[in-house]
Design a binder for this molecule. Structure first.
Ligand SMILES: [Zn+2]
Length: 105
């Protein structure tokens, strides 16, 4: 099962974070960490995100690592290297977590 996340659902029209429930906040932090890691390394086919699978929600026990990739225009795909957890993130471009233009190699 794939978790489809739209970053806009967490933000107001100015791009600021909405008031989120604790559960949504946990998911949101997980997603923006993936967005910033992938956008920083956008040319790499697969990016090791410095995240454990169990940080995406409270009460998870999976200690797998999260890998992510920029799979098509505007879409980031992530998955756990250990369990079946996977998802996509859309509408992250242009957000404050999009590091594409600011990256200096
Ligand atoms: Zn996992």
């Amino acid at each position: 099962m794939t978790l489809k996340a739209d970053l806009r659902h967490f933000l107001d029209e100015k791009g600021n974070e909405l008031e989120l429930t604790e559960q949504a906040k946990t998911v949101f932090k997980f997603l923006i960490k993936i967005v910033s890691s992938v956008s920083e390394n956008i040319e790499q086919p697969l990016i090791d995100v410095d995240l454990k699978c169990n940080t995406r929600a409270n009460g998870l026990s999976c200690k797998g690592d999260i890998e992510a990739a920029y799979i098509e225009i505007g879409i980031i795909e992530w998955h756990c290297d250990t369990c079946e957890a996977a998802g996509t993130i859309s509408n992250w471009q242009g957000s404050i977590w999009d590091n594409q233009e600011r990256t200096i190699h």
